[in-house]
Design a protein around this ligand. Sequence first.
Ligand code: GLN
Length: 573
Amino acid sequence: MKRKPARKTVAKVKKKKVNHKYIFVVGGVMSGVGKGVATSSLGTILQAKGYKVNLVKADPYLNVDAGNMSPTEHGEVFVLNSGLETDQDMGNYERFLNQDLSNDDYMTSGMVYKHVIDKERSLGYGGKFVDADHIREEIVRRIKHAAVINKSDISIIEIGGTVGDYQNIMFIEAARVLKFRNPGDVQFIMVSYLPIPGKIGEMKSKPTQNAVKDLNSHGVQADFIIARSEFPIDTKRKEKIAFTCNVHPENVISAPDIDSIYDVPLNFERGNIGNILLKALNLETKKSSSGLNEWKKFAQGVKNQSEEVNIAIVGKYFNTGDFVLTDAYLSVLEAIKYSCCANKVKPRIHTVNARDFEVRNPDYSILDRYDGILVPGGFGETGIEGKLNVIHYARENQIPYFGICYGMQLMTIEYARNVLGLSGAHTAEIDPKSPHLIIDIMPDQKKKIAEGNYGGSMRLGLYPAKLAKGTIAQMAYGSSIIKERHRHRYEVNPKYIERIEKSGLIFSGKSPDGTLMEIAELPKESHPFFLGAQFHPEFLARPLRPHPLFNEFIKASKKNKKIAIVEGSMAMV
Ligand code: GLN
């Protein structure tokens, strides 16, 4: 009879329990230098080394979520599966990790303060004195909770704002305390900027030194410095930063400007940041970075296409220049990139102001130059008639058209006006007195709006849809049931569905109970691609998982390819 191994031996091979690890990312010198992309990239790298990573965004603003923020003020509102409306950085996190995030991965000062105040009001602190310490502890609790919920090995927490702001001090204080209590398990990374002033022509490290000192004054020492600059940082300056900022030279990572954000993880890995970080956290290092192979293939593919497609985005958030455009429609632009890569083309994006098509005799011929036209989500009246005119032109002139949310509602209205002959057809959002409310509010939402509860009247987050067999949508997904993220208040009016479908526009996606219209399309025989989705497919598009509807749109645009046009456009990588 075989003897059982002695207990002792079993105990010996038992894996050592490793503490959970935390990495805090803070910004130094100035905002807008890519802290979010740096955070996401660190996630990609550590994930590729076999660790389970979760990313947390701690935003200093007092808004309880990003739902009421204007895209021109704060960039796109990114919606999670749960329906939580968050900051656009969460989109980057999901895309770089190829992982869905949850409410636990996002906090604002507003959420934290509200929780503490609500708890105090309901006697949750048992009559004790409640002060800023409770805010700090609530932040710590949330960070730890996110780690537990995600069952991760490493949490990377991005603190919004810049060191020196008074608005984010509570988050820095929470991070300090977490390190004090778990000294071997916490690392601080400062993403800083080294300017090269024109007249001086030399990379200056002083602002970074000052930012590090500022962080020191909060009791926190940066362990790593990601040195963002126009050019790579040379050895001399690396050593100077190391010496003056009290970090190891190895921990100063060069991060020069590059064309594509998808190169950032690969660039960071050139400085071996993954293993240095793991060593600093007392975690096992991994020599190979083969985990990044698929990412590398994508990052190269997205840049290395020679053929271009010209995509027009017809919107209203263009008045303040390209900066606003890229931020307001960030996920749409990214989704286009992934599907272009999958279709072996490079996108050239043209921003078309909808209002240009509201003048007396608009110059429609300009639209002939585009291989595909997209109308993204939106709210309100501005540019509506212009968008309707563009959609009309795209439908009649066989230009591939993709309508997202508002873009789908408007294509249905355009169809009702110009094919069904229902003049004055509209949406209740703009013209509630229209004789033909093609897009209307659902009864249960009407009540909420009447009570002034606008936020509560939105349909937010993941909902299923059933797809009709043999349609473009169903073939694209290769499935008859899908789940997509929503953010809208209005719906296609059930009263008109039969008439619309009879005249040719098919609702190929519907809610499982058949009441809500999720996708509208014209059959392939009558148009190369004329499709709209009530949901936001862009929120689920990922570099390593391009979205089926964007894939089809780009495929049709590629087929429709005309001339090469460059002026007034952006080549995207
Ligand atoms: N304004 C429309 C609605 O609320 C569409 C919203 C959107 O495009 N996200 O239904």
